[in-house]
Design a protein around this ligand. Structure first.
Ligand code: NAD
Length: 480
């Protein structure tokens, strides 16, 4: 494996983020009895690849920097998105890759953590230039053995989506014509290119499932002085991209009132609620969420993070809630749609204020959970539900007919349709995601309950992750 170790700058933008993640890790590790060597191995980033390549942008040659970090190989493949951002740097990629390791462990997805980044602003280059850069980055990953269904499987992240994943899959497949599992080299692809139904919405849907579980937790709601359920909850979301838009949409459909949405160029706020789909249509028509009819536009968008609400969902970027603004946060629950949106110092302030943080490694894990399903689909070469949908429908029909015969009562056509219907791919994906988010919530809460000195959910999630990874190293016989 030809992989280049790069000494990451300690003065980069991502350095603070990486430091924050390590401080969270150390805080949790202090509650555990694993040997220092095991903890050090779990915390360390195993591999960081840094590449530079030329690209013609606006007629001029520019040197593009890009990275791929494989934080942990305790399970393979490594898994994690590719960020397209001008602010990307090696430390940020390492921090994000480490979060992927812990996230996969928390939600029991059998992958190691990885992350990639290309240092560009995708909005400032043409689609053709973006495609060339993405394909070249993929070739770099192929040459360094940092991509492949059994090695390392990227996915979308900030600034990238299904289109970029399709380019990656196509480039990889053309370089590896004999790899029958080539399409499993990347997830988040369009369905027409081996993607799975439900992947695009998965992270936001997972945020909804996780928040719903928390607000239905009677013990927790009592502790926070809140009523059970989503019905009376007000929500502010930062970032109206893939994660933020879908989280807002599903939370609204679940009964919550979305009172504020924050974007980079301003925010919209209405205490009577914002129609998420109408705001999306307005953004598509005008290019911005601002000036949305019926809501107040706030120029200093981030000031809305400090407006009154029950649940705040930062779903844009890291380090958005920090020592300087944490005191102003009025939400009782902060659900981390983004990766690392709260700094270590910011979190300490929120904990003192009695605010519950639902940590990124759990609440935004929906994307990797459904990516896991997509990868399984690619390896099995069959659409979920294809083998059993019809069989299930026939069995259900016979059961309905039997019940009708025995009771002498007939079901309406609508009732019959509901009962008879066999599960298709999207039903199975969403149900698998829901089950994972519910199960993982209770696993974290159980760990929290077993560690009386732990005063926040993130530390409990870290403990859960560290324990699982440590066990997997021990069972490999590496650390007897
Ligand atoms: P995205 O590019 O689709 O959306 C990000 C949104 O945030 C954009 O609308 C952007 O304009 C907005 N934004 C940028 N700067 C902002 C600022 N200063 N204030 C307010 N809004 C701002 O990205 P995404 O995929 O939704 O990812 C968002 C976050 O969620 C990232 O931290 C990412 O790592 C994390 N995440 C994404 C996924 C996924 O499946 N896409 C999964 C897990 C975690």
């Amino acid at each position: 494996m030809a992989k280049k170790a790069a000494a990451a700058s300690t003065h980069s933008l991502g350095a603070g983020f990486n430091q924050s993640v390590n401080r969270y890790f150390n805080k949790a590790a202090a509650h555990l009895k694993h040997a220092d060597g095991i903890l050090e191995q779990i915390r360390s980033c195993n591999t960081i690849l840094e590449v530079k390549f030329p690209a013609r942008i606006n007629g001029e040659i520019q040197v593009i920097s890009a990275w791929r970090a494989e934080h942990s190989h305790h399970k393979l493949p490594c898994k994690g998105g590719i960020r397209y951002s001008e602010d990307a740097d090696a430390e940020e990629v390492i921090a994000l890759a480490s979060l992927m390791t812990y996230k996969c462990a928390v939600v029991n997805v059998p992958f190691g953590g990885g992350k990639g980044a290309i240092k560009i602003n995708p909005k400032k280059v043409s689609v053709e230039e973006l495609e060339r850069i993405t394909r070249r980055y993929t070739v770099e990953l192929i040459h360094k053995n940092c991509i492949g269904a059994s090695v390392d499987v990227p996915a979308p992240d900030y600034g990238s989506g299904a289109r970029e994943m399709a380019w990656i899959a196509d480039t990889y497949s053309s370089y590896k014509p004999n790899d029958i599992n080539a399409l499993g080299c990347v997830t988040g692809k369009p369905v027409s290119q081996g993607g799975v139904r439900g992947r695009t919405e998965a992270t936001g849907r997972g945020v909804y499932f996780g928040v719903r579980e928390a607000v239905n937790d009677a013990k927790l709601m009592k502790k926070l002085g809140m009523n059970i359920g989503l019905g009376d909850k007000t929500v502010i979301v930062q970032g109206f991209g893939n994660v933020g838009f879908h989280a807002a949409k599903f939370l609204q459909e679940g009964g919550a009132t979305i009172v504020g949405i924050v974007e980079w160029d301003g925010a919209v706020y209405s205490k009577d609620g914002i129609d998420v789909m109408a705001l999306d249509a307005h953004r598509k028509a005008t290019g911005s969420i601002t000036n949305f009819p019926g809501a107040k536009t706030v120029k200093n968008g981030n000031s809305v993070l400090e407006y009154p609400c029950d649940i705040l969902v930062p779903a844009a970027l890291e380090s958005q809630i920090h020592a300087d603004n944490a005191n102003g946060i009025k939400a009782k629950i902060v659900a981390e749609g983004a990766n690392g949106p709260i700094t270590f110092d910011g979190e300490n302030i929120l904990i003192k204020k009695g605010i519950l943080m639902i940590p990124d490694m759990y609440i935004n894990a929906g994307g990797v959970v459904v990516s896991y399903f997509e990868w399984l689909k690619n390896l099995s070469h069959v659409r979920f539900g294809r083998m059993d949908k019809r069989f299930e429908e026939n069995t259900n029909s016979q059961l309905v007919a039997m019940v009708e015969r025995l009771t002498g009562q007939g079901l309406t056509n609508a009732e019959k349709k509901l009962v008879v219907r066999g599960a298709d791919e999207e039903d199975l994906v969403n149900s698998g995601l829901e089950d994972t988010m519910i199960g993982s919530y209770h696993e974290i809460m159980e760990v929290w309950g077993n560690h009386k000195k732990v005063n926040d959910m993130r530390t409990a999630a870290f403990i859960s992750a560290i324990d699982k990874i440590a066990t997997s190293y021990s069972s490999l016989g590496i650390f007897p």
